[in-house]
Design a protein around this ligand. Sequence first.
Ligand SMILES: C[S@@+](CC[C@H](N)C(=O)[O-])C[C@H]1O[C@@H](n2cnc3c(N)ncnc32)[C@H](O)[C@@H]1O
Length: 278
Amino acid sequence: MIRLAIRCRAENAELALAQLIELAPTGIEEVRDGDIVEYAVYGPPGEVPTLPDLQVAVGDDLVEVTTSEVADDWQERWKDFHGSMLITPASAAAEPMVFLRPSWENSPVPAGATEVVLDPGQAFGTGSHPTTRLCIKHLLDIEAGGEFVDLGCGSGVLAIAAAKHGWGPVRGYDFDQLAVDATEANANDNGVSVAVERCDLRNGLPALAPTVFANLMRPLLLDVAAQVPQDHGMRDVVLSGLLDEEADEISDVYSSLGLIETGRVSEGGWTGLRLSAA
Ligand SMILES: C[S@@+](CC[C@H](N)C(=O)[O-])C[C@H]1O[C@@H](n2cnc3c(N)ncnc32)[C@H](O)[C@@H]1O
């Protein structure tokens, strides 16, 4: 297994990370060292991003790229980056709460929280990335019930949290077969029903629903907006995967679909938007 580390200047780290996530959607380790941030991705030889891709992603901010072989216990070490966490509503209300617990951890569920147990495998969505947490914070503020669609479901974390909070039927879509498999397995482990399908959102949208979540990134959120029909029937939409400075643009674009911004939360340079039918 190869560990590929990319070092860049801290002031441009969020931008670099946004690009790197597209190259390594399965997860990125982050280590801060003063003015320098190191991002590391893991993969078998031939599956980690190549140097030219990284140079395009990070541009002039690329300080250093190193590769190293990691020991056979890399999967165990990777798990060290994913602990359990308690997530509260965006509105700052005390409840409801979601407790995300990696399947290899045994922490007790805090009183009053709904537990979601995850083994993300190689799919994105352990909750260790702010973009996932921002979605869950909005989810906890929306009145549960009715159909729920998760565009880019990754590990299934959002779909499972929705099913546990009373939405149904719940559907998830992802173009990555590993994500489809992870969502099915995680839904099963959590005792909820999530219908998952493989689909590339750039080539057509699935049937939408009154509640739609999309933790994608700016280019794909723009692509999705361009494909949403005017009679979409969406009532509550949560969009994440946005750098703070990208949020206004996305909010404007979705307002042309009759969706008005009703909530915004940010963490670590990332913003999650909640939009509601006007
Ligand atoms: C940032 S992850 C979000 C995962 C999960 N929903 C969460 O909130 O943690 C984005 C997901 O979108 C998927 N994705 C990216 N581009 C896609 C596309 N064109 N069509 C379908 N899925 C896509 C990725 O495979 C990844 O699982």
